[in-house]
Design a protein around this ligand. Structure first.
Ligand code: PLP
Length: 466
């Protein structure tokens, strides 16, 4: 399988190359040249497989040429062996129609672990075959940072520089990053929003002065390997609910459009998906884009669901590319226009292509609190603010009553204790596996919201190319 850029001019790479590169050199994102397809019989035969084996089957067509089937299975077993639940992503019934897919049983309590535990192993595997070191530069609205740091802390030939918006991540989220004292981990708190941090990271990927000296890699969901790993749990959930004979809908708390794009990929591979519901909070650029075609950046409003406080959703570009006829040159122009004016209109082809599978809904703070209370009172489940936004959207989406609706439970409620206590009156407790998080020493560097300050810091601490 090889990978092409959404902006049409970067060289095609194999899976190992795309994994190490992250962003394409033309500023685009890598996507597989074609979507692998499973027949309905092949999908039916996957029912009942242990998670690591299902993961190997789904991902094998994407890694061909870079990993053998046997090696891939070793890696999926190692990655998912660290989860605290034997089912890895267990499915829970809420009522006759609504289900929760619990994606937070990994080491850092958010769904990011599902992809990043594997990505850490893939980096190590591919770096061991080469001369190079990898300088990972990432921006986090909270959960990516801790999951990425856990996945690469102490690994050879990798340094990680993780930017988070100062004061805009929860205490648990911050401590999960800053208490990892491995020498290859560099936490940077910057002044500004997550979008500011993400813009600096994107700029660094396009800064030849940096990319000539350092092999810069990505752990954000611009990295294709992350999305690939997330495709697996759509299959896992749907198979349990009767796929491929029965269709399933998914509601996805969305920020950077990575998680829900993985659902789109599952559908392209043959999984019968009724609908993908894009759930946003008041930072609703995606809801506006999907409902009216207007993709224009607003200002970020901080909410109780910080991992969704995003106004530019990187992975939306992958969808626009695919449903817009895979025309890299046209998309490069469209994206250049967006970068210049912070606004763009979807083309008719993009709107219609997206509408065929995606719906969207926006939840404000009241909607979110009501959903947390509903789950708590009616179903005995404590859910986090992000999951609650997904659940709200799932319940208002108007999906036919005989179609199960699965909300992706993206974080453990104890990552967001204040918001959950506010809605339920009860403070969720951290699972024992996170240990003495609040006693441990923290280490971080505070920098101004200034690209040069960040670039200088990375230059001073990263390992240059050989
Ligand atoms: C990252 C994250 C999201 C958003 O996922 P995207 O792939 O960026 O759309 C939602 N909820 C939680 C808890 C997250 O950590």
């Amino acid at each position: 399988m090889d990978y092409i850029s959404t902006r049409g001019s970067a060289p095609a790479l194999d899976f190992a190359g795309a994994t190490l590169a992250g962003l394409a050199s033309d500023g685009g994102l890598y996507v597989p040249r074609t979507w692998p397809k499973f027949s309905q019989d092949e999908i039916a035969a996957m029912a009942g497989l242990p998670y690591a084996e299902l993961a190997q089957k789904i991902m094998l067509p994407f890694v061909e040429g870079s990993l053998s089937a046997e090696r891939l299975l070793e890696l999926t077993r190692a990655a998912y062996g660290r989860f605290a639940h034997a089912a890895v992503t267990p499915l829970k019934q809420l009522d006759q129609q609504q289900w929760l897919l619990e994606l937070f049983h990994g080491p850092t309590l958010a769904f990011k672990d599902v992809a990043l535990q594997l990505l850490g192993l893939l980096f190590e595997e591919f770096l061991a075959r080469s001369e190079q070191n990898l300088t990972i530069v990432g921006a986090t609205s909270g959960d990516t940072g801790s999951a990425a740091i856990d996945a690469v802390a102490g690994r050879a030939k990798i340094d990680i520089f993780m930017l988070h918006p100062r004061g805009r991540v929860s205490d648990v989220q911050r401590r999960q990053m800053t208490t990892v004292l491995a020498p290859n981990v560099h936490n940077i708190a910057i002044e500004g929003s997550f979008d500011d941090a993400q813009a600096m990271v994107k700029r660094m990927f396009n800064d030849n002065g940096m990319t000539d000296r350092f092999a810069i890699g990505a752990v954000n969901s611009i990295n294709w390997a992350r999305l690939m790993a997330q495709v697996v749990y759509y299959f896992a959930a749907a198979l349990q609910l009767g796929a491929p004979q029965r269709k399933v809908a998914f509601s996805v708390p969305t920020g950077n459009f990575g998680d829900v794009f993985a659902g789109y990929v599952a559908a392209q591979m043959g999984l019968p998906i009724e609908r993908l519901i894009v759930a946003t909070n008041v930072n609703d650029i995606l809801h506006r884009a999907l409902s009216t075609g207007d993709y224009s950046q607003g200002t970020v409003t901080p909410t109780a669901a910080p991992s969704m406080d995003i106004q530019v959703s990187s992975n939306f570009e992958r969808l626009l590319f695919d449903v817009g006829g895979r025309d890299g040159k046209a998309l490069a122009e469209q994206m250049a226009g967006f970068e210049a004016t912070k606004a763009m209109q979807l083309t008719n082809a993009q709107r219609e292509g997206a509408a065929a599978l995606f719906s969207s809904a926006r939840a404000d703070a009241d909607d979110m609190n009501r959903a947390i209370r509903w789950a708590f009172v009616e179903c005995g489940e404590t859910i986090d603010p992000h999951t609650a936004i997904g659940l709200h959207a799932a319940r208002v989406a108007g999906i036919a009553a005989d179609i199960p609706v699965v909300t992706l439970a993206t974080a453990h409620p104890a990552k967001f204790t204040d918001a959950v206590e506010h809605a339920t009156g009860i403070r969720p407790t951290l699972p024992t596996r996170v240990g003495d998080l609040f006693e441990r020493e923290e280490r971080l560097t505070a920098l101004p919201g200034d690209y040069d300050a960040v670039a200088d810091y990375v230059s001073a601490h990263a390992t240059p190319r050989p």
